[in-house]
Design a protein around this ligand. Structure first.
Ligand code: PLP
Length: 405
């Protein structure tokens, strides 16, 4: 038979969060081992329950949810998104027609990049990043250009680096705030700096704010659209993290700012929304219940809350390993520690993660899987109970000892 290879479009499409190490972890599980999988930010598998009202509303809606809906999504859900942003001080006006629901933020990122990019167009994306942004830029024919976030400055984006990487082919700047994988929450100054670069160079702002309600201590999330109401800005968010229903695949995209100059691009989004017909309809009924109900995430991020305690436990355990440092995560569900190259010799971080899995039955993701350029970081999901996290990180510390030259 004629060999059937994958499309060359996939050449630069990487998603190591579910890469080779996960295949090995699944095999170990099939062989009867217990594996602690710290590779995905999936709250449900660590005992986080979905808020009752959301589940109830979706179940009640199922008997009427068997038809296709409007391609943008059902009106009550889009209205709920509009009123959510009306309550956000300084957020520009949003019309229900400026809201697109999607099968998770993931689908909306894919649609946006497909609608936006021609071969060779450039998109500025943080390093490290949530790797879907890089992957979908590549799949759409664009060139992901990574700007550095500074680990010595709490992983804030380096504005000079962003500025130096703008070219005539740059179309957009991606902002992930609060950040996956670093847990950074961006300051107003940094966001204003990014907006200024976008303003000067007529760039589209793409702001992934899926962790906006998961912030700790004094950190405050500032929506990009409030900083740049005069610029075209697409804000991405959804139910997966704040409402712990990642499996429902429910997200939204909100368009703000001037649109006249971008009519073609926005028609492209509408076209792609139509070609996927509509997002999963039962899950759309979860949106209104989620956004208008009690924000139960607040109890989890409060100082005595589970997510807060786990963030502290992970950070304390990491900082107590010699040669390991970690900017304290101010938001999201991850820690991204650094292994000092003067202390540990790790030539290949994918191999390191694989070897740690085999030795200790804990699955992490290597930093290069987040488009970080050097093999000196891993990402740890901070969703397990504090005791489990502390023990896993102690095992990481013991395992690291064998990497001292
Ligand atoms: N954006 C970021 C920064 C994420 O961390 C994730 C999931 O981990 C997503 C988007 C995808 O979210 P969804 O479940 O809505 O597709």
């Amino acid at each position: 038979m004629r060999p059937l290879d994958q499309s060359s479009k996939l050449k630069n499409v990487l998603y190591e969060i579910r890469g080779q190490a996960l295949i090995a972890a699944d095999q170990l599980e099939a062989d009867g081992h217990t594996i602690l999988k710290l590779n995905t930010g999936n709250p449900a598998v660590f005992g986080f329950e979905a808020p009752f009202q959301i589940v109830r509303d979706m179940i009640e809606a199922v008997p009427q949810a068997h038809g296709y809906s409007d391609s943008r999504g059902i009106m009550p859900a889009r209205r709920a998104v509009v009123s959510r942003y009306e309550q956000e001080p300084g957020f520009p006006h949003v019309d229900p027609d400026d809201v697109y629901l999607g099968n998770g933020v993931s689908e909306l990122i894919t649609m946006t990049m497909q609608a936006l990019l021609d071969e060779g167009d450039e998109v500025l994306i943080p390093a490290p990043d949530y790797p879907l942004w890089t992957a979908m830029t590549s799949l759409a024919g664009g060139d992901p250009i990574h700007y550095r976030c500074d680990n010595l400055n709490g992983w804030q984006p380096d504005l000079d680096d962003i500025r130096s990487k703008v070219t005539p082919r740059t179309k957009a700047i991606v902002v992930i705030n609060p950040n996956n994988p670093t847990g950074a929450v961006y300051t107003r100054e940094v966001l204003e700096g990014i907006a200024e670069i976008a303003r000067e160079n007529s760039l589209l702002l793409l702001s992934d704010e899926i962790y906006d309600r998961i912030v700790f201590d004094d950190a405050r999330h500032i929506p990009m659209a409030t900083i740049a109401p005069d610029l075209l800005c697409l804000t991405f968010n959804g139910l997966s993290k704040t409402y712990r229903v990642a499996g429902y695949r429910s997200g939204w995209l909100v368009i703000t700012g001037p649109k006249a100059h971008a009519a073609g691009f926005l028609e492209g989004i509408q076209l792609l929304a139509s070609t996927r017909l509509c997002p999963n309809v039962p899950a759309q009924f979860a949106v209104q219940a989620a956004l208008s109900g009690i924000q139960s995430i607040d109890a989890l991020i409060a100082p005595a809350g589970r997510l807060h305690e786990q963030r502290d436990a992970a950070w304390n355990a990491l900082e107590s390993i010699p040669g390991v440092s970690c900017a304290k995560p101010q938001g999201a569900l991850y820690a991204f520690p650094r292994f000092d190259p003067e202390v540990y010799e790790i030539p290949d971080d994918a191999k390191f993660v694989y070897d740690f899995l085999i030795a200790e039955h804990v699955l992490l993701v290597q930093g290069t899987g987040f488009n970080w350029p050097t093999p000196d970081h891993v990402r740890i999901v901070t969703l397990p109970e504090a005791r489990v996290l502390t023990e896993a990180i102690e095992r990481l510390g013991n395992f690291l000892a064998s990497y001292r030259p």
